[in-house]
Design a protein around this ligand. Structure first.
Ligand code: SIN
Length: 491
């Protein structure tokens, strides 16, 4: 296995610049932002602290590149995306090393995310060729109706730090496949993944201006995107609070919006579930990326009859997790992204304990210090606790007890969020009742990993608008244009 630090010093993909109009450029005023390794707190590099002016130029570049890019045959755009896919997979190791260095997740997870992110490029390279319209029987015999799909135009894409590669390509590949051009803002915590992916895109032949990456703090960049009437679409993944603000701002220029916002996923284990399956799935759903996933199980509802057995088996699995720096080969849980994330986990645990929960395992910062937190299981969680209403975004599994199916459904739906849910049962009738009653956009049945490129990812209620991935994903970057043709006039 290559040494991670050596890989990072040798790579030519960690550029300390933003990407505008096909050029790698600094911030206008030369200001830089530090990017730190959450494992050590050490600075791993610096990126330009750009703002509204650079974003505005990126929008102009994206506007200028739009006519030629959207005029290409879908097959030509597809060919560029396929070359990009191949380059990303050829660079999987170094891209994973960059991700672990700035995001903290274990290398094995980072490698998996690079492949998962690349799967969106491959998928949308194919979907580009399947942007079909309609012909519709017209009301009169001398009329013909044709429905065409057109790219929306310039898109502003804002991606978070928890999946800096997968969410880059879940948005960018769909936009480019549709014929749109893009201004992307990566998280200020994880800009190097986006920079490296953009450089590989350049090498793959993405034309100048089609993809622009503006690094920096959110306010100036976001404002420039939201105020621009040239930006016709925003796709944002992040908190519900910010999503609501963007929605409000988008109303001024009536932009098309995709929002992938907060979750509060229930994971429901019935007495008839297979405990081994439920525990393995719960481990995946809850502890992937140290619990910093918007589809993470946040509330684990366990039926009375299986509560103790499930709690014991989950504890056994959780105690096998190995906390440490993501570049160590046996580590399965890395650090949390920043100090605020650790403080939130601590606050949720303290509140739960004050309201009657008990710690089964973990419950405190890890002996390694810094941003490490010990994977935690809490018993006797209740709806009164903060963690029942707010996603913890950390390695804490609170176990709630329930007696009846109706009670489980009511408790699971008792949230303004509606992203993901998980159900564990061997009863097929119950499975259908649950999947119909649960108010979420995605449901895993006897399965804890639901994210992939072929399925529509997204939420309902305050978890968002629109879908990413699947054939639905490209629709978000398309407008519908309908033609009414009077045939007699053409004769
Ligand atoms: C997320 O957006 O946090 C979920 C990422 C994924 O599972 O694809």
């Amino acid at each position: 296995m290559p040494d991670n630090k050596e890989t990072l010093t040798q790579t030519d993909l960690m550029l300390s610049m933003g990407f505008v109009g096909g050029e790698w450029i600094p911030a206008d005023d030369g200001k830089m932002l530090d990017v730190t390794d959450p494992a050590s707190g050490k600075i791993i590099g610096r990126v330009p602290d750009m703002g509204a002016a650079e974003t505005q130029r990126a929008i102009v570049a994206a506007e200028a590149a739009l006519p030629a890019w959207r005029a290409l045959a879908a097959k030509e755009r597809s060919a560029v995306l396929k070359r990009w896919h191949a380059l990303v997979m050829d660079h999987q190791e170094v891209l994973a090393a960059i991700m672990t260095a700035e995001q903290g997740k274990p290398l094995a997870e980072a490698r998996g995310e690079i492949a998962y992110g690349a799967s969106f490029i491959e998928w949308f390279a194919e979907e580009a060729k399947r942007v079909y319209g309609d012909t519709i029987p017209a009301p009169r015999a001398d009329q013909r109706i044709i429905v065409q799909k057109h790219p929306v135009g310039v898109c502003g894409l804002i991606i978070p730090w928890n999946f800096p590669s997968a969410l880059f390509h879940r948005k960018v590949a769909a936009a480019l496949a549709a014929g749109c051009t893009v201004v992307l803002k990566p998280s200020e915590f994880t800009p190097f993944c986006a920079i490296a992916l953009a450089e590989l895109g350049r090498r793959a032949g993405v034309p100048a201006g089609v993809l622009n990456v503006v690094t920096g703090m959110p306010t100036g960049i976001g404002r420039a995107m939201m105020e621009s009437s040239a930006v016709r679409k925003i796709s944002f993944t992040g908190s519900t609070r910010v999503g609501k603000l963007l929605l409000e701002q988008a109303s001024q220029t009536v932009k098309k919006m995709s929002l992938e916002l907060g979750g509060n996923a229930p994971l429901i284990v019935f007495d008839d579930a297979d405990v081994k399956t439920a525990v393995a799935a719960c481990m995946n759903s809850k502890f992937r990326n140290a619990g910093q996933t918007c589809v993470c199980a946040n509330r684990i509802f366990v039926q009375d009859g299986i509560y103790d057995a499930f709690s014991r088996a989950l504890t056994e699995a959780v105690e096998k997790l190995r906390v440490g720096p993501g570049d160590q080969s046996d580590v399965t849980i890395g650090p949390l992204i920043n100090d605020a994330a650790v403080a939130k986990v601590e606050r949720h645990i303290a509140d739960a304990l004050a309201k009657g929960a008990t710690v089964v395992t973990g419950g405190q910062r890890h002996a390694l210090g810094g941003r490490y937190f010990t994977p935690t299981i809490l018993r006797d969680a209740t709806a009164e606790m903060e963690l029942a209403h707010d996603e913890t975004f950390g390695p804490v599994a609170p176990l709630f007890r329930f007696k009846t199916e109706a009670e489980a459904i009511a408790k699971a739906n008792d949230t303004q969020y509606g992203l993901a849910a998980y159900v564990f049962t061997r009863d097929i009738d119950r499975m259908f009742r649950l999947t119909e009653a649960l108010e979420t956009g995605m449901i895993g049945v006897n399965e804890g990993l639901i994210s992939n490129e072929v399925a529509p990812f997204g939420g309902i209620k305050e978890s968002g608008l629109g879908r990413e991935g699947s054939y639905h994903g490209i629709e978000e970057y398309l407008e519908t244009k309908y033609l009414m043709i009077s045939v007699s006039l053409c004769a």
